[in-house]
Design a protein around this ligand. Structure first.
Ligand code: SF4
Length: 408
């Protein structure tokens, strides 16, 4: 009997790309083959993204087209199933009221299964698309709750993968001849906080007193690797020790395996420790292009976004990294037209972007996301035309130069 085929359509970030590689492996291990095109597959898996409304709309458009294909195939007695997974399903299964899942079902009645990505797990090695560069997830989810962002609701709270699993995966990749590793997480810098503290204790970090993290406190816990006790790095914020992380140690252990390049995305400015800068500076195979999301260069907007730094903190961090890693370049994420962003506040972002001299920026026009604080208590009051104008200014300022460099 001819084996059945699958086709995976991935939307969104590299984390979704890495998840799709695990989905592919799960299909292959059950004897399925990849289909050459979406309309020749027996199973179509759509790995969704919700970061912006436009990403969500593309999913609805695709499912709509597949619904027509499904009707045609049913007439011809051909087996065809549509499976939706990724962020939209993550949100639906975390919404205890069940309303969001109901909503998805009514918008996309042709979908056969809404599958939470957690069902795929890490047991199988991913079916990688590239044989030199590998994406290696180190954590999933986020505890930061930036007011515009739906990720803590789609992917849930931050869970770190066990340290040894990551190292073993990297050793395996090195033995297979991989040259480049990208460590992935929504906030890689806070990797390991849950392994040290216990996941249930992470949520209230902001409320702990200054001396909470006395390193010998039994409550804080400890971490050992290869029989050696590892001292976590305690990330400071607003004069407080915020969370203990293992990321600098993990990054250096991976770099020491001897890959040509070790990269990591994404970092948050407020968790970028001095120890992490030292690790980057002393390991030349760690990336010299650091992605450091700015989101806004205005302190008031940053506060409304629940981002824990000021424009000055951000600039100081950039300068600190440049001092220790002279050849470094920075890329970033910026949102224009966030709730209440005035012209002057946008100008502060332009000013900061000029001061930093980013090599590239992913610029987004703000769009409301369900469940976020911004959608609940703020007004999306910057008109679309104005968002577009701001977007064009920043794109021209940062990305035109990048495109020119690429062409030359
Ligand atoms: S750090 Fe903020 S923007 Fe990034 S995933 Fe978490 S909530 Fe979203």
């Amino acid at each position: 009997m001819k084996s059945r085929t699958y086709y995976i359509k991935t939307f969104g970030c590299q984390q979704n790309v890495a998840d799709s590689e695990r989905i592919a492996k799960a299909f292959e291990s059950r004897g399925f083959r990849p289909a050459k095109a979406i309309d020749t597959a027996n199973y179509v898996v759509i790995n969704t993204c919700m970061v912006r409304q436009s990403a969500e709309n593309r999913v609805y458009g695709l499912v709509n087209n597949l619904a027509k294909l499904k009707r045609q195939k049913q007439k011809n007695n051909e087996f065809f199933k549509i499976i939706v997974t990724g962020c939209m399903v993550g949100l639906a299964f975390r919404d205890k009221t069940g309303k969001y899942l109901q909503r998805l079902k009514s918008i996309m009645p042709s979908v056969d299964e809404f599958m939470p990505i957690e069902e795929v797990g890490f047991d199988n090695e991913p079916l990688r698309q590239d044989n030199k560069k590998a994406w290696v997830p180190i954590s999933n989810g986020c505890n930061n709750f930036c007011t515009f962002c739906v990720v803590p609701f789609t992917r849930g709270r931050e869970i770190s993968r066990p340290f040894n699993d990551i190292i073993n995966e990297c050793i395996n990749l090195k033995n297979k001849g991989y040259e480049e590793i990208v460590l992935l997480g929504q906030n890689v810098n806070s990797y390991g906080a849950d392994l040290i503290m216990g996941q249930e204790n992470i949520q209230v970090m902001r409320d702990f007193g200054k001396n909470y993290f006395d390193t010998d406190s039994s409550y804080v816990g400890s971490f050992s690797f290869n029989g050696k006790k590892i001292k976590p790095v305690y990330v400071k914020h607003l004069g407080r020790l915020r969370i203990p992380t293992l990321f600098p140690f993990l990054l250096e252990e991976v770099a020491k395996l001897g890959f040509k390049k070790v990269d990591f995305i994404s970092s948050n400015p407020w968790d970028f420790s001095d120890e992490l800068i030292d690790v980057i500076s002393r390991n030349e195979n760690i990336t010299r292009v650091i992605h450091l999301p700015l989101q806004s260069g205005d302190d008031e907007v940053l506060k409304r976004m629940n981002r824990w730094y000021t424009s000055k903190d951000y600039l100081n961090l950039i300068n600190k990294i440049r001092k220790k890693v002279p050849s470094v370049e920075f890329t970033t994420d910026i949102i224009v037209g966030f709730c209440g962003e005035t012209d002057k506040q946008f100008e502060n972002t332009v000013k900061l972007a000029k001061m930093v001299g980013f090599s590239k920026a992913y610029i987004a026009m703000y769009s409301q996301r369900p469940f976020t604080a911004a959608v609940k208590v703020m007004e999306d009051n910057v008109p679309f035309e104005e968002k577009k104008r701001r977007w064009l200014i920043l794109d021209k300022l940062i990305n035109h130069r990048y495109r020119d460099d690429q062409e030359n």
